[in-house]
Ligand binder design. Structure first.
Ligand code: ADP
Ligand code: MG
Length: 582
């Protein structure tokens, strides 16, 4: 028997319902509007009163309308066909919508239930299995997609039967399992999971111990992100958050990409649909979209649907992680999600926290970031979800609550500076304020020493020191004038400029410069540091700047040339000549 209720109050999308039975937090319900059923989620229960947030416009709703509670939470539908798809926060398929908004009360099927998939069994009759164990595999595009024991199955099962290799639809029976009471459970290729609950079913969630290479130098060289790690990119409008995320999506060492696009304006979201499907996957030469799922919404979508979208995205990531895949989740921008939380909390007239965000904003953000990570599966494989979110602080104020809360949750901080963007120093990641806490992990340091060079972390720290010193002397020069400081100050400043121009700045739109593999990053940083180690003897500060401008010019040309090509080596010789002069 489902619990029912009647509408007693309506404030925008927040509806109060008098209920006649038990209801749970986050439970889904439908409100009957003269035959149109609007989906809503319970966000608070007090006594026999439930506060529900409707996922669509409540226009025309009135007191006395009937409500039916479903007894389950908002769920994601998981199965083959998620890749290459674009959804809204409720997993309505945006392609089948063909650009027009769905009519109220209409929800589309997330997966194609007519499509045939080539299934190959992995498990055998008699095998002992439990939730998330692999029963078989289909090819999703060119990637192996594991068909697993549904996450919601509790306890141990025995495989009673499993279908032979062949073509099946997602709702066909793939296996029959029996539990300890010999009760049969049917497994198909599709399962559901509540989006706000983290998917378990792994043995261990160890600390990240590898880095995820992104090809972006200011990340990989200076502040690397771990595979299964977390990072965030705060920055004012127009500073390059989206460009940086697209670069990471394209080049990052991940198998699956989930892009949660929470746009301010509809046109930002349209951009995603125009640009993302055009992106080419440098690892395969195919379209990046073949291994991507986009979850997308704009601020004209109702608040609860916006709030749900990041959870739906994370759940899809966790689903692929249980297949032993490396998954990358990008959310642009998480500020829109926080704003949805704020709108909901304000409508409920909860006691507000800083800037009217919910009091538990920090906890909500931390819990979300905590869902990223590396997991060890029962069969010995590992999977990971790496999460990088952007934050768009109003007016670039990094002291606002969303940035501050995210700073506590994420291990990498890539602050985009307006001043750098104004000077077209892209990516505008501030080299002094930004950090990666993974550089403090002994296992990551060891990994980098083996992967790159045993002196690597020292080199990175030396580069950072030069950048910091450069900034200090720059201020001195500004105050005291070019002639008011020793020439050594100019030399220090230009050494930091060399690192800035050659290592930090990177053209996201150049086919060569946009992607820098790790061996090339190692080569360039070592070369730059060799120059920084040289003590030059300059007569005047003009000599100093002229010499460094010459070196910067040559080394920028190196960045635009194919690594170790004839052209590249020619520039390299020129640098070596400068190094051996005097
Ligand atoms: P945001 O998402 O922060 O509002 P965008 O990512 O849309 O900003 O970037 C704004 C503009 O800045 C881009 O259209 C591009 O012209 C420029 N830009 C940003 N990053 C780079 C980069 N790495 N290389 C070259 N241009 C860049
Ligand atoms: Mg943007």
């Amino acid at each position: 028997m489902k619990t029912t209720g009647i509408v007693t109050g309506i404030t925008s999308n927040l509806v109060t319902v008098q209920v006649n039975g038990p209801v749970a937090q986050n439970e889904i319900c439908y409100i009957d509007l003269a035959g149109t059923n609007l989906m809503a989620e319970v966000i608070k229960v007090t006594g026999d009163k439930a506060f529900v947030q409707v996922y669509e416009s409540t226009r025309g709703m009135k007191k006395g309308d009937k409500v039916v509670f479903e007894g389950f939470m908002l769920e994601a539908t998981l199965g083959p066909g998620l890749l290459s798809s674009s959804y809204d926060g409720l997993q309505n398929n945006l392609e089948t919508m063909e650009g027009v908004f769905l009519k109220r009360g209409e929800y589309t099927a997330p997966l194609d239930d007519e499509k045939l998939w080539d299934f190959t069994p992995i498990a055998k009759v008699g095998d002992q299995v439990c939730a998330s164990d692999w029963l078989g595999e289909v090819k999703e595009g060119w990637l192996p997609h594991k068909i697993m024991v549904p996450f919601a199955f509790e306890g141990e099962y025995v495989v009673k039967s499993i279908v032979e290799a062949g073509q099946y639809k997602i709702n066909d029976t793939i296996a029959i399992l029996t539990d300890e009471n010999n009760e049969e459970k049917v497994v198909t290729m599709v399962q559901k999971w509540p989006v706000k609950v983290s998917v378990g079913g792994y043995v261990e969630k160890p600390r990240p111990s590898k880095i995820m290479e992104t090809g972006v130098r200011c990340i990989d060289t200076l502040n690397p992100i771990a595979e299964g790690g977390t990072g965030f990119i705060p920055g004012p409008f127009g500073c390059g958050k989206t460009v940086l995320q697209h670069a990471i999506a394209q080049q990052g060492d991940a198998e699956i990409i989930v892009m949660a696009a929470c746009g301010e304006r509809a046109n930002e979201v349209v951009e995603i649909f125009k640009e993302f499907p055009e992106l080419v996957d440098p690892h395969t030469g195919r379209k990046l979209m073949e291994r991507t799922t986009i979850i997308c919404n704009t601020s004209n979508m109702p608040v609860a649907a916006r709030e749900a979208s990041v959870y739906t995205a994370m759940t899809i990531c966790e689903y692929y992680r249980q297949m032993g895949m490396k998954v990358l989740l990008l959310a642009d921008s998480t500020s829109r999600w926080a704003q949805a939380l704020r709108e909901m909390s304000n409508r409920m007239e909860e006691l507000p926290g800083a800037d009217a965000f919910p009091v538990d904003l920090s906890a909500i953000i931390s819990n979300f970031y905590a869902r990223a990570g590396v997991v060890k599966l029962r069969n010995g494989s590992t999977g990971s979800v790496t999460f990088i979110g952007t934050v768009s602080p109003a007016g670039g104020n990094l002291k606002e609550p969303v940035t501050e809360s995210t700073k506590k949750a994420a291990r990498c901080f890539y602050a985009l500076a307006q001043a750098r963007a104004d000077k077209k120093r892209y990516p505008a990641v501030d080299p002094v304020d930004s950090y990666s806490k993974y550089l403090e992990y002994p296992e990551i340091v060891e990994y980098l020493q083996n992967r790159v060079d045993k002196d690597w972390v020292n080199k990175v720290n030396r580069a950072k020191t030069i950048i910091r010193r450069g900034k200090e002397v720059y201020e001195q020069i500004n105050i005291l004038g070019d002639d008011g400081v020793p020439i050594s100050y100019h030399e220090m400043y230009w050494k930091s400029e060399l690192i800035d121009f050659v290592i930090l700045q990177q053209d996201a739109f150049d086919p060569i410069d946009s992607v820098t593999p790790m061996d090339r990053q190692e080569f360039m940083l070592s070369l730059v540091l060799n120059i920084c180690d040289k003590s030059f003897t300059f007569e005047t500060f003009e000599d100093c700047s002229a010499k460094f401008k010459e070196i910067i010019n040559i080394m920028r040309q190196m960045n635009y040339s194919e690594f170790k090509s004839e052209q590249f080596n020619k520039y390299f010789e020129q640098v070596n000549k400068i190094l051996s002069d005097e």
